[in-house]
Design a protein around this ligand. Structure first.
Ligand code: URA
Length: 209
């Protein structure tokens, strides 16, 4: 299916399969999520622009490539987004972090905002929004809408799993925001869960069920 960049790296796929297994413990799930998020982060930042900076090695001066522009922003959609955040910060420790608190009303499946905190100068930074599950896409769409209202104009969306329904709704509403995911599953069920999926990502990472 088009509309999303599927990260097919064997390590990503292997770790994802273990995470899907309902027998995987909370502790293992959390560790795997941290590991997989560094690999996903590697892929979502693969084409970042570089500039040359003059540095001196112990032997000579050189024009060394370094990341161009302002520090990245990782925007976590609470609470499950935080599970991706840690591994990404392991890889890009200088990134700024935004938090967007949205919960899904279980009746309407619509997102309700309860928290928003982000750097002021979003218009000058690449913002990578993280949320493990792109299911109905309602939360992701609302989070990105909010970031755009606050000035963000260079946004990518990173998740672990996506549903085809979520990908097509998301790309209709935010065609300028590329999606990166480890897999696109079969479908959504009537409760808005991704099938086969991995269950509730927040519950599985925090052991709340
Ligand atoms: N959120 C989850 O955690 N899991 C799903 O399958 C869908 C949304």
């Amino acid at each position: 299916m088009s509309g999303a960049n599927v990260i097919s790296h064997p390590l990503v796929q292997h770790k994802l399969s273990i995470m899907r297994d309902k027998g995987t413990s909370t502790q293992s799930f959390r560790r795997l999520l941290r590991e997989i998020s560094t690999l996903l982060c590697y892929e979502v930042t693969r084409d970042l622009p570089l500039v040359r900076q003059t540095i001196e090695t112990p032997l000579a001066e050189m024009q060394a490539p370094t990341l161009a522009g302002k520090k990245l922003v990782f925007a976590s959609v609470l609470r499950a987004g935080n599970g991706l955040l840690e591994g990404m910060l392991d890889l890009v420790p200088s990134a700024r972090v935004a938090h967007i608190g949205l919960y899904r009303d279980p009746e309407t499946l619509q997102p309700v905002e309860y928290y928003f905190k982000a750097p002021e100068d979003l218009n000058e930074r690449l913002v990578i929004v993280v949320d493990p599950m792109l299911a109905t896409a309602n939360s992701a769409i609302a989070a990105i809408q909010k970031l755009k209202e606050r000035g963000a104009n260079n946004i990518r969306f990173l998740c672990l799993l996506a549903a085809p329904e979520g990908v097509s709704k998301f790309t209709q509403l935010h065609p300028d925001v590329p999606i990166f995911t480890a897999a696109i599953d079969e479908k959504l069920n009537e409760k808005g869960y991704i099938v086969p999926g991995l269950g509730d990502a927040g519950d599985r990472m925090y052991g709340t069920k």
